[in-house]
Design a protein around this ligand. Structure first.
Ligand SMILES: *[C@@H]1O[C@H](CO)[C@@H](O)[C@H](O)[C@H]1NC(C)=O
Ligand SMILES: *[C@@H]1O[C@H](CO)[C@@H](O)[C@H](O)[C@H]1NC(C)=O
Ligand SMILES: *[C@@H]1O[C@H](CO)[C@@H](O)[C@H](O)[C@H]1NC(C)=O
Ligand SMILES: *[C@@H]1O[C@H](CO)[C@@H](O)[C@H](O)[C@H]1NC(C)=O
Length: 685
């Protein structure tokens, strides 16, 4: 006989109950209960059941989230001093497509905007909106309250309300307007304006000219080059084809998130080091940093810094921000004011956005990504336009960074495509790019863990988009600018280099591009001069955690793989030439060079944030099997270069084109096909 401990008795005792003493302790067996006990027991059981259900409803999703939460795998570069081979990624790689989808169209508050600020800075009634609402101006009584920044980056105050009688000028960049009819509020919104007169400059404004260029930097948070191709197709096409942008394919981040990437871009220095003049980031403001906008301001440029989503501002998230406004026009107070007016909505914003990412919109008044009737990114762009109009023909340095819609959820980026395109076209047609260097960029790729744990996502995160547009007159006057930038498209480049390029633009130094040194080694190279081909991450000051370069090792040209590759390349060459009967069939003379290209990243550790089961899985670590080879053929001694991938069936598949790398002169004079001429050797020579 087993002995029973007291604790177990309640559950197990029924079987051994003596007949005289009914036991009524189990919710599964009421046989021992007498009537009165039965109903009491039923009630108790019902309560227990409800409790169990509640626990299940709360605990199951919680545990599910805890267990399946993606952990972050850390990958370091194995040898940052090896020369960089720029990874070329397929933006539509099947391994990441499950994270890519199109969100529902963005809908904002449908109510009509009756007040607006026109291109001359006048607050006016929108006549067509009034007509739609069947309102006349004299029914409306409106007030405005100027929004004032206090001496920091956290607090704003609204002045006492004053009567607003449009058309009128308000001498402030941001003011809260309210209109009512018979005491009933029908419109309220914070309006933006670029009030030139409200700015106290120490240096006079100078004209922009073919010699003194302006700079427009337009950034979007967390957009890799691949993501820009997937999500901003119209914008990217316009940049490349209509504006002739230089699309830097080897642009690499130098720090984890926004601050350590924007600081090099804006100052040429690294944050959290002795290179910058502050020590305690929680108490010391960023005011003494040598920001580019200060250099431009000294040279007579009007300056602007705009960034949405004040909750996690680049210079304010867990840091002190600025005491004095960093630029002539500074948008942060607007966003703080918007949060202040809609406190409840702002608090719940992250939750609503999370649901919107699951295609659930619980807000009648429009998406969290809107301010009133417009998407927030459009509100920001409208302010930039006001700045560009106000300072038309004056020298300018504009720095804008969009955060909220791309920071957490990479698919909302699609919402920007049409509006960015429209903004670029607007700038182009209104002459705002005539004497301006435009930089369209991001700080890093998507950092969300799911994508980052794939082979492709890991590299995407390290390779943000960056497009640079240079006015045509500069390119024709200084041919080195175009030649160098074209070379640098395929070289390893960093935010330090972009900063150095802006210094050249500041000094109109197009003929003698500069570089800068730190501790005796060169770090920032102007992109207006060609960057060395063999540049490594160490040379470029890209730390091993962020270096995305592939590396290569030489393969002995007598080796079996080398021979098989050369065979495949000869076959591919002759296949191309087969359409031209005058071209001789080519044969291998010798293999000149074969390199095995490898991903330089190695899994080092797992950043475990909870009890996730995912930590027991190995992160995807696709073996990259790529070879680059050069061969020489006969007849004609043509030298050709190509890249091959090893496919699953250990076949070799040509990637891209076969490129002729020595002179071919008149060898192919018998044919006219431009693409085949470098490959062909005419028969009978
Ligand atoms: C790293 O690469 C450099 C340049 O290719 C090479 O000289 C060095 O030996 C490599 N180091 C290691 C540890 O492989
Ligand atoms: C004026 O209102 C009309 C109708 O609502 C709207 O389509 C238009 O965009 C508004 N104009 C401005 C400048 O806000
Ligand atoms: C830019 O300004 C900083 C101070 O903010 C100064 O140290 C630096 O030398 C200036 N750079 C140029 C190129 O004028
Ligand atoms: C390549 O392999 C051959 C035969 O194994 C050997 O003789 C030759 O020295 C190797 N060449 C190089 C550069 O290692």
């Amino acid at each position: 006989m087993r002995e029973m401990k007291g604790d177990d008795e309640g559950i197990l005792a029924t079987g051994g109950a003596s007949p005289g003493r009914p036991l009524c302790l189990s919710c599964y067996d009421f046989s021992g209960c007498i009537n009165r006990q039965y109903s009491r027991m039923m009630r108790k059981c019902r309560v227990i059941k409800v409790l169990l259900w509640l626990i299940a409803i709360v605990m199951v999703p919680y545990l599910y989230m805890e267990i399946t939460f993606p952990v972050r795998y850390m990958f370091r570069h194995a040898n940052t001093s090896s020369s960089c081979i720029i990874p070329s990624l397929n933006p539509y790689d099947p391994s990441i497509m499950k994270y890519v989808w199109d969100p529902k169209p963005l809908t904002c508050d449908p109510s009509t905007n009756i007040l607006t600020v026109d291109n001359h800075g006048l607050v006016i009634f929108n006549k067509s909106a009034l007509a739609i609402l069947k309102l006349s101006m004299n029914q409306l009584s409106c007030t405005y309250r100027i929004l004032r920044r206090q001496n920091d980056d956290v607090s704003v105050k609204f002045d006492e309300p004053l009567t607003l009688s449009p058309p009128t000028r308000v001498n402030a960049d941001f003011f809260y307007t309210e209109c009512s009819i018979d005491g009933k509020l029908i419109f309220d919104q914070i309006l933006t304006n670029v009030a030139k007169e409200s700015v106290h400059r120490t240096t006079p404004l100078l004209e922009e000219s073919a010699h003194h260029l302006s700079v427009v930097m337009f950034g979007v948070d967390s957009v890799s080059r691949s993501a820009s191709i997937r999500k901003l197709p119209k914008t990217i096409r316009y940049l490349r084809e209509e504006l002739g942008s230089y699309d830097l394919k080897g642009y690499m981040k130098v720090g984890e998130n926004t601050l350590p990437n924007l600081t090099p871009l804006l100052t040429g220095r690294r944050v959290w080091t002795s290179e910058v003049p502050i020590k305690d980031y929680t108490t010391d403001p960023f005011d003494p940093f040598p920001f580019l906008w200060r250099n431009f301001s000294e040279r007579g440029a009007a300056t602007l810094y705009a960034e949405d989503f004040p909750e996690i501002g680049t210079f304010t998230y867990l840091t002190r921000g600025f005491v004095r406004p960093p630029t002539d026009h500074y948008m942060r107070p607007f966003w703080l004011g918007a949060v202040d007016r809609e406190r409840m909505r702002s608090k719940l914003g992250p939750i609503f956005l999370y649901l919107e990412n699951k295609n659930v919109n619980l807000q009648g008044g429009g998406s969290t990504l809107c301010y009133k009737d417009r998407p927030k990114h459009v509100v920001l762009i409208d302010y930039l336009k006001q700045f560009l109009i106000t300072y038309k023909n004056k020298r300018k340095m504009m720095f804008s960074f969009l955060v909220e819609f791309s920071h957490e959820y990479p698919n909302f980026l699609s919402y920007g495509d049409g509006d960015f395109l429209e903004f670029l076209k607007w700038m182009k047609t209104n002459g705002h790019l005539d004497n301006t260097v435009l930089v369209f960029f991001s700080d890093h790729g998507s950092r969300i863990d799911e994508i980052r744990n794939t082979f492709v996502g890991r590299i995407e995160d390290r390779m943000p988009m960056l497009h640079m547009v240079i006015p045509d007159h500069i390119k024709s006057k200084f041919p080195n600018v175009d030649t160098s930038l074209k070379i640098n498209l395929n070289r390893l480049t960093t935010p330090f280099d972009v900063h150095q390029t802006m210094i050249d633009v500041l000094n109109s130094d197009f003929e003698t591009p500069t570089k800068s040194f730190i501790d005796g080694t060169v770090r920032s190279l102007s992109l207006l001069k060609s960057i060395p081909e063999g540049r490594s991450c160490t040379d470029a000051w890209v730390p091993e955690n962020y270096c995305a370069c592939y590396t290569s090792t030489p393969v002995n040209v007598t080796d079996r793989t080398a021979k098989a590759l050369a065979g495949a390349m000869i076959r591919d060459l002759n296949k191309r030439l087969a359409v031209e009967h005058q071209c001789a069939t080519l044969a291998l003379d010798r293999v000149t060079d074969v390199r095995h290209v490898l991903s330089g990243l190695q899994h080092t550790e797992t950043d475990n944030k909870g009890i996730s089961l995912m930590q027991f899985f190995r992160p995807e670590d696709r073996a990259l099997q790529r070879y680059d080879l050069t061969i020489e053929t006969v007849p004609g001694h043509g030298a050709f270069e190509a890249t091959y991938h090893v496919t699953s069936g250990s076949e070799f598949r040509l990637v891209g084109d076969i490129v002729r790398v020595n002179k071919y002169g008149s060898q192919s004079a018998c044919i006219t096909d431009k693409l085949l001429r470098p490959l062909c050797y005419c028969k009978g020579q």
